[in-house]
Design a protein around this ligand. Structure first.
Ligand code: SF4
Length: 100
C-alpha cells in the first residue's frame, strides 16, 4: 500500500548545536519505523497480533506525537500512525470536536 507520510517541521527548541541539528531533521528522519516495510503499519484491523506489532514499534518512537498530529491533521483514514489505530484516531477527533 502506498503511504502519504510526508515531513512536517519539528517543533523543538533550538538552543545549542545538537538541538539545531535535530531540529533540521524531519520527524520522519527520526522515526522508529524509518526503513521498515510500511505495510507493517497497515494491518488487517481484525488481526490483533499484527496491530500489536505495529503499535509496539510506535511505543518506542521519539516522534510519536508529531506522527499522530500529522495523521489527525490530514485525516488519515487507514493505518497506524503515532501509536493510534484508525479507531483510536476517530475517537480522538470526536473528543476534540466535543471539547472545542
Ligand atoms: S509513531 Fe509509529 S508510525 Fe509514527 S513515525 Fe513513529 S514508528 Fe512510525
Amino acid at each position: 500500500m502506498q503511504t502519504s507520510r510526508s515531513p512536517i517541521t519539528p517543533n523543538h527548541a533550538t538552543s545549542g548545536r545538537a538541538n539545531r541539528i535535530v531540529a533540521a531533521l524531519s520527524w520522519e528522519d527520526r522515526s522508529a519505523c524509518r526503513g521498515l516495510d510500511a505495510t507493517i503499519f497497515y494491518p488487517d484491523p481484525d488481526d490483533q497480533m499484527a496491530t500489536d506489532r505495529a503499535l509496539a514499534v510506535c511505543n518506542g518512537c521519539e516522534v510519536r506525537e508529531h506522527c499522530l498530529e500529522h495523521a489527525l491533521a490530514l485525516r488519515e483514514h487507514t493505518g497506524i500512525w503515532g501509536g493510534a489505530t484508525e479507531r483510536d484516531r476517530r475517537r480522538i477527533l470526536r473528543q476534540r470536536r466535543r471539547s472545542a
